[in-house]
Design a protein around this ligand. Structure first.
Ligand SMILES: Cc1cc2nc3c(=O)[nH]c(=O)nc-3n(C[C@H](O)[C@H](O)[C@H](O)COP(=O)(O)O)c2cc1C
Length: 314
């Protein structure tokens, strides 16, 4: 998720689940081919399994970027065919690509030829007011022919005109049945459902019919939920970490980032503000960790303040 799931966020999430697959923010081919590659592709070794999401619509450029992703050690390349923003439409990628399955198929082929990694697609169930299943079935069918086997389906249309990206995550109705139908029609594919899932019961229900669930906003805002996932969905032993231990590990990470890259704790801490949600004192804890006046402080001191130590700023 743009501006949310950066490498600091992913490092934090990995402290909560060993098994969940993490995805980068969308990185455009333009940003990689003409911009600062390390800035966009750098990540922490702990983040695996990790997928790089690309935005673009030019097969040769996507192939080159997929190769970069492979060189940097990503585990999967994902193509964004779900973003409805007007900026993205002007670049002719994101959700508007669903109207051009032949072009997307060429993109997939080019990427699959370029790398040994799995190449997946994240898409919607339709664009604008189309509500016939045949539209998404034919889109998936064309990519299946091109060799794609993993589809992450945000189960609502993207309305390309008149709605902001934020409204496009709320307004068009969710239609999970269409995703279930895709699994029935493409049983050899990994079909992952996305959109509007907010608790483990809903995840379990979808896993009865589908191969996976992708979680966005709820996971970001209520990160402690992730600490149930390894046990509930992957049959693993719990990590046996408390919230306080996770916070302390984040503080160690903040200190390392400061030494290695000169990053202050502030842009790192913003991702963990939901960690104590629902606990007594959560509000004060969140206020301290989001207080920009403390930016220059050592994060160990900020943690102490967040847990009630008296303010002792010079
Ligand atoms: C702030 C924000 C940024 C997002 N950026 C991306 C993105 O870069 N790529 C993408 O495929 N989806 C992006 N999305 C959409 C989410 O991945 C997801 O499809 C959507 O929020 C629905 O899932 P949810 O109900 O679990 O949040 C973004 C969503 C939000 C809230």
């Amino acid at each position: 998720m743009m501006d949310w799931t950066d490498r600091h966020c992913r490092f934090f999430h990995r402290l909560l689940s060993r098994r969940a697959r993490l995805y980068t923010e969308m990185v455009t081919t333009g940003a990689l081919l003409h911009g600062d590659v390390p800035r966009h592709l750098r990540y922490n070794a702990e983040e695996h399994p990790l997928a790089l999401q690309l935005g673009g619509s030019e097969p040769a450029e996507l192939a080159q970027c997929a190769r970069l992703g492979e060189q940097w050690g990503y585990d999967e390349i994902n193509l964004n065919c779900g973003c409805p923003s007007e900026r993205v439409q002007r670049g002719a990628f994101g959700a508007c690509l669903m109207a051009e399955p032949a072009l997307v198929a060429d993109c997939i082929k080019a990427m699959l030829d370029a790398v040994a990694l799995p190449v997946s697609v994240k898409h919607r169930i339709g664009i604008d007011r189309t509500d016939n299943y045949a539209f998404v079935r034919d889109f998936v069918g064309a990519l299946h022919l091109a060799g794609c086997r993993t589809f992450i389906v945000h189960a609502r249309n993207a309305w390309l005109r008149g709605l902001s990206p934020k409204q496009n995550r709320e307004l068009p109705p969710l239609r999970y049945a269409m995703v279930h139908q895709l699994k029935a029609d493409f049983p050899d594919c990994t079909i992952v459902l996305n959109g509007g899932i907010s608790n483990s019961e809903q995840v379990q229900a979808q896993l009865q019919q589908l191969d996976g669930v992708m979680l966005g906003r709820e996971a970001y805002h209520r990160p402690w939920w992730l600490s149930d996932w390894d046990v509930q969905f992957f049959g693993e032993t719990p990590m046996a970490r408390s919230r306080e231990q996770v916070e302390a590990q984040m503080v160690d990470y903040m200190l390392r980032q400061s030494q290695q890259h000169g990053t202050t704790w502030y842009p790192i801490a913003r991702h963990m503000l939901g960690l104590r949600q629902g606990l007594p004192g959560a509000r004060r804890w969140r206020q301290v960790w989001s207080d920009h006046r403390l930016k220059g402080q050592d994060p160990r001191e900020v943690m102490a303040l967040a847990h009630g130590a008296q303010l002792a700023l010079a």
